[in-house]
Write a new protein. Structure first.
Length: 150
């Protein structure tokens, strides 16, 4: 079990971004677009997005790619071939700063300044296994003919 875990950690790369001063909901909108994609395609998606979270995510993704290259120096061609994908990307809630704003009739209203943590795990695209060929079904006319014979 431990050996298998060590082997998987050798081929995966992790990058984390903590205390990003945007709400997790806004960050998840961009994360949803790149989850499970190939890393070069994900960088292109982030490059042409107008959201502020896209620039932060692209910088984090580039860091994860650099971590993957450092761990897998022999397999750098897989990055060019498009075999490296975003296995997991998570957005967790960070701390919330609470501020006070004046409200009508002498009251105070709460302002919640949210933050988030983003974690990216890169891995190699799983190889497709060759499926065994299924037996083709016989046409209904052949089946009907055999039923009449019996």
């Amino acid at each position: 079990m431990a050996d298998r875990l060590k082997e998987t950690k050798k081929v995966t790369a992790i990058a984390k971004l903590n205390d990003v001063p945007t709400s997790p909901q806004k960050m998840r909108l961009m994360v949803k677009n790149i989850r499970g994609k190939e890393v070069n395609h994900a960088l292109d998606i982030l490059k042409y997005s107008n959201r502020e979270s896209a620039t932060r995510l692209s910088k984090l993704l580039r860091s994860a790619i650099a971590n993957w290259e450092a761990k897998n120096e022999a397999d750098r061609k897989q990055l060019d071939n498009g075999n490296v994908i975003i296995e997991t990307i998570m957005v967790d809630e960070g701390r919330t700063l609470k501020r006070i704003r004046t409200a009508p009739q002498g009251r105070a209203a709460r302002i919640r300044k949210r933050s988030n943590h983003v974690t990216i795990i890169l891995g190699i695209k799983p190889e497709k296994k060759a499926e065994p060929a299924k037996e083709t079904e016989k046409p209904a006319t052949e089946v009907a003919a055999k039923v009449k014979e019996n």
